[in-house]
Design a protein around this ligand. Structure first.
Ligand code: ATP
Ligand code: MG
Length: 458
């Protein structure tokens, strides 16, 4: 963060300053365990902890300024800025801070593929610009402002991921960053529990427009039926990407090279450009096309688009391929929704080839009324992809079993366990040398924890 004075921060967040108005901070922290000297500490009430209980520790560790909802005695050179709501103040701070810079801002939302798309865009744009990006998955009302505050004067482009689970959240986040380029990757059914229908999810994602700059451009997935239906209906230039004929940035000739990655061709400025993505799964092509559409808007050369995408590598727990002895494990336990589960199953089938394939699938959470149908259709997909064994884990996972059986999978090849721990012994027995095993579930299932246990001796 660029150095900020207490009086400036206080003015931006509409707070009441107590103590030294000349106190400064050049970084921001919400956690005293990682706080370093010269920080602005933002006290936030969380589910388990209340940051206000750690204000003393923050000062002891060298915080210069504290943003707080409660009064706190200030000494010496320090300052406390009092506000009604520290989370909102953090947002106000970020909204004002980002205006200090001459930046092109890119905001990404969508049901799946936000982080993947963000990472691909950052790789491609880094060939010609100094790019700042959302750290990890910091995409909510706390994470996004923290990502913004990590910007500095050296950056000329910033790429942010915006997540949501309810109406109004993307509106809030988009108004903080005010994107020049807005991207919606797709309209799935993640978080449908709160939103009720896909139309509502579409509406919630379209809130990105509310914060966009006047001359902004929207980049939409033209293969998504709800998004492609918006053609001609939006108040700004729209670029569609995908494999459909009506897409402006169109990919074709997609060829999976299994574990090595995917190859495809895309027409850029009337030239055919061959792209190689070194990550498995043709679903990545969609995210790459979003990144290419964005790169075209930003004037990146064909060669740099190719170069940037070749350098892309997937993050931890997202489709990570690890070998345990002779067994190949696809660890995709970071999260799960129907679209990403089906994508992972197709990668499993492809990578396994003539080897035995096992899909270990845990619950997909937060799908509300769609839950049963979603689990059944993923179960059916296991059968259609001819996966050799299905190991379903969790309460909702029973519907994977129902779907797989309905689609004709032999019951003898299906196991069900109530939770990950109770599956460990049977998985040890089931898995043989040379198998390819996919692990996939919602984050809340913590399916990654059992992988090490299963292969302890391998
Ligand atoms: P989160 O909401 O957790 O932040 P996200 O939108 O950032 O998710 P990613 O982390 O990029 O999404 O990907 C989540 C999962 O979806 C991964 O398993 C990934 O392999 C898969 N995935 C990524 N892009 C797509 C896509 N376009 N279609 C289907 N699955 C995808
Ligand atoms: Mg993400």
């Amino acid at each position: 963060m660029e150095k900020l004075r207490a009086d400036k921060i206080s003015q931006w967040v509409n707070g009441r300053l107590i103590g030294n108005e000349n106190a400064v901070a050049d970084k921001v922290s919400t956690d005293t365990r990682t706080l370093t000297k010269g920080s602005l500490f933002v006290a936030i009430r969380g589910e388990k902890f209340d940051g206000h209980d750690f204000i003393g520790e923050a000062f002891r560790k060298g915080a210069g300024i504290v943003l707080s909802e409660k009064e706190y005695p200030v000494s010496g050179d320090n300052a406390v800025i009092l506000v009604k709501d520290t989370v909102k103040a953090l947002g106000d701070l970020a909204r004002n801070y980002i205006k200090l810079f001459d930046l092109t801002v890119i905001g990404i939302t969508g049901s799946v593929g936000k982080t993947t798309t963000k990472e691909m865009i950052a790789q491609v744009l880094s060939t010609q610009y100094k790019v700042h990006k959302t750290m990890g998955n910091f995409n909510n009302q706390i994470g996004l402002p923290l990502s913004v505050l990590n910007l500095d004067r050296s950056h000329s482009v910033a790429v942010f991921e915006m997540g949501m689970s309810a109406m109004g959240e993307i509106d809030y986040l988009s108004r903080i960053i005010q994107p020049d380029i807005g991207i919606i990757t797709n309209i799935g059914i993640s978080h449908i529990e709160k939103l009720g229908s896909r139309q509502n999810i579409l509406r919630a994602k379209l809130e990105i427009i509310n914060g966009m700059k006047e001359n902004g451009v929207l980049i939409l997935n033209g293969d998504d039926e709800l998004l492609s239906g918006l053609e001609g209906l939006l108040p700004m230039p729209v670029v569609f990407y995908g494999i459909n004929d009506n897409c402006n940035v169109k990919g074709y000739g997609i060829e999976s090279l299994g574990e090595k990655g995917v190859r495809f061709t895309v027409n850029i400025r009337n030239r055919d450009v061959d792209i190689f993505l070194p990550v498995p799964g043709i679903h990545n092509v969609s995210d790459a096309l979003a990144a290419i559409a964005c790169a075209i808007e930003m004037g990146i050369t064909d060669e740099n688009i190719q170069k940037g995408l070749i350098q892309y590598s997937s993050e931890k727990m997202r489709m990570n391929i690890v070998e345990y002895g002779n067994v190949k494990v696809i660890n995709d336990t970071y999260n799960a929704a129907p679209a990403s589960s089906m994508a992972a199953l197709s990668v499993l089938r492809e990578i396994s080839g003539s080897r035995r394939s096992i899909a270990v699938l845990g619950d997909m959470l937060e799908l509300g009324a769609y839950s049963e149908e979603a689990h059944k259709s993923v179960g059916a997909c296991v059968a259609h992809e001819n996966i050799n064994y299905l190991v379903a884990i969790g309460e909702l996972a029973k519907d994977y079993v129902v779907g797989a059986v309905e689609a004709g999978m032999d019951k003898k090849r299906i196991l069900h366990f109530p939770d990950p721990e109770s599956a460990v012994d049977s998985l040890r027995e089931l898995i043989e040398p040379n198998d390819v095993v996919l692990f996939k579930a919602s984050r809340g299932m913590h399916l990654d924890r059992i992988i090490e246990d299963i292969f302890e001796d391998a």
